[in-house]
Design a protein around this ligand. Structure first.
Ligand SMILES: CC(C)(COP(=O)(O)OP(=O)(O)OC[C@H]1O[C@@H](n2cnc3c(N)ncnc32)[C@H](O)[C@@H]1OP(=O)(O)O)[C@@H](O)C(=O)NCCC(=O)NCCS
Length: 153
């Protein structure tokens, strides 16, 4: 039956990002750098070839579309049995289809398997998408950061 009309259609692939994915990671980042709501506390630094490369302390997970294009990714910083989500992003044309939720869920499973017991993440109050994603994955809000600005003269 393989490949026949009764076979399930091709679907996205979820996997850890590798060094070879660097160009795809940089391309998705460059296409979305301006999409992060919020201000200094939640600002996203555009990736460089160095920061796009996974290391033992910086892991990435991605979703690849049926045409093998990278359409979602999340990058995690590890420190012992703790981890911090640096950022999550989804290609504009694939938003609101559950990809942020699924790429984060996959990364949490991998982190748990690795022995990580505490994962921290964040999100601007203006960023309803990431707040809903985090809540649906079971994250609890334990602190709020306030950004103060000098009054306009
Ligand atoms: C935020 C972002 C990652 C969400 O990705 P996504 O794949 O569209 O999210 P999902 O489809 O998994 O949706 C997750 C939840 O967020 C909600 N959501 C997504 N985008 C939303 C929006 N713009 N406004 C309100 N709710 C939104 C969904 O309805 C869903 O809620 P539910 O679990 O209650 O049904 C995506 O919009 C993005 O890449 N934004 C730019 C980068 C960014 O801001 N990253 C987060 C900071 S690190």
């Amino acid at each position: 039956m393989e490949g026949g009309s009764d076979s399930p259609p091709a679907t996205e692939t979820h996997r850890a990002l590798r060094e070879v994915d660097g160009p795809a990671v940089l391309a998705l980042d460059a296409a979305t750098t301006r999409d992060y709501p919020g201000s200094v506390a939640t600002a996203h630094q555009a990736l460089t070839a160095h920061s796009a490369a996974p290391t033992a302390k910086r892991w990435g997970f991605g979703v690849f579309d049926v045409d093998e294009q990278l359409v979602a990714m999340t990058v995690i910083e590890l420190e012992g049995n703790r981890a911090d989500v640096d950022f999550t992003v989804v290609a504009r044309h694939r938003r609101r289809q559950g990809l942020a939720t699924s790429v984060n869920a996959g990364s949490l499973l991998a982190l748990a398997r690795h022995g990580v017991t505490l994962v921290r993440t964040g999100g601007s109050d203006e960023n309803r998408g990431i707040l809903a994603t985090n809540a649906s994955l079971g994250f609890h809000v334990d602190e709020h950061w306030i950004t103060l600005a000098a009054p306009a003269r």
